[in-house]
Write a new protein. Structure first.
Length: 312
């Protein structure tokens, strides 16, 4: 992976290679951490973090759901992220804030362990490859089901929960596919290992509802808003597996991957086999404009990084 110079760790900027934890860190043993994935893009207004407030609000919510009060406010984390990006001299980057139960107590009861918070930012291209956005990807329905709401909290972006995504990703990758699609515990379509999923059929955009155990993606919220603004009909309902194969278009969205067409699922060609039909392409274009500050309708989603003026 590419590196940057500095990482923000518990209120201080430390050298990238010095951002270390003890091997008895609670979060390492029991997955007691929560994190975010965000991106900053170059825009006409300067480097801007996309929906920064919404990502940090989700981080705080994810933590609260696991009884993990953070020692920093949303505003403090926002300012820390700006400071970090400016100190690293990054103009566009991926941003990974993580809060986790630290070193001090072992055993499953976590509430006596102190909470650490780190923020890293570094240059990272599209998660499924830059070409995935043009060519589309091949995906496989996983034999692993998405974690269900009766044993974990799918709405929380919690570290330990990602073992589920890891199993699905490894299985799909070993079988020669680029991404896994997980069904929920009821057998309905849920999401990718790190992306939400959408089907386009007869002009309608259909995506699973929150009751399908999805992570309510911030890209998802943005894309649904854009779709409605474009006059598209959006339906949130359970999707049967075969509806994937019968779709005119299928696409995925996530901060890391951005908006990616799916051209094949379980060796069924989607639609006419073109990577990305007209609805996907239109959404992809407007979403990309929103990310890069080129669409005035969505500039309120941008948190422009204040680069401190250099001392003279
Ligand atoms: C399991 C899962 N679903 C969906 C998403 C998409 O969420 P977002 O659009 O907020 O990045 C992600 C990525 O964070 C994810 O890990």
């Amino acid at each position: 992976m590419e590196q940057a110079d500095l990482i923000w760790h518990n209120g201080e900027l430390v050298a990238w290679e010095d951002a270390k934890v003890h091997v008895l860190t609670h979060g390492l043993h029991y997955g007691t951490g929560v994190f975010e994935g965000e991106r900053a893009y170059e825009t006409p207004q300067g480097t801007a973090i996309f929906r920064h407030h919404d990502h940090l609000a989700r981080l705080l919510k994810s933590a609260e759901l696991y009884y993990m009060p953070l020692p920093y406010t949303l505003e403090e984390l926002r300012a820390a992220t700006h400071e970090l990006i400016a100190a690293n001299g990054l103009t566009q980057c991926y941003i990974r804030p993580i809060a986790f139960r630290g070193y001090g107590q072992m055993g499953l009861y976590p509430l006596d362990c102190e909470v650490s918070v780190s923020i890293a930012a570094w240059p990272w291209g599209a998660y499924l490859g830059e070409e995935s956005k043009v060519e589309g990807i091949r995906a496989k329905v996983s034999s692993w089901r998405r974690i269900s709401a009766d044993s974990l909290i799918p709405q929380s972006k919690a570290s330990g929960q990602y073992l589920n995504s890891v199993l699905a990703k490894v299985e799909a990758s070993k079988a020669g596919y680029q991404e896994a699609i997980l069904l929920d515990s009821r057998g309905f379509v849920c999401e990718g290992s790190g992306e939400n999923i959408y089907v386009v059929r007869d002009g309608q955009i259909i995506t699973p509802p929150a009751t399908a155990s999805i992570l309510d993606g911030i890209s998802r919220q943005s894309i649904l808003t854009i779709a409605r603004d474009l006059g598209r009909e959006v339906v949130q309902r359970d999707l049967a597996r075969a509806e994937l194969y019968l779709a005119d278009e299928v696409f995925l969205s996530g901060t890391a991957a951005e908006l990616v067409p799916v051209r094949e699922i379980d060796d069924h060609i989607i639609g006419d086999g073109d990577a990305g039909g007209p609805v996907t392409r239109e959404l992809q274009r407007v979403y990309d404009d929103a990310l890069h500050g080129r669409d005035a309708r969505y500039t309120e989603w941008l948190d422009v990084v204040k680069v401190p003026s250099k001392a003279v």
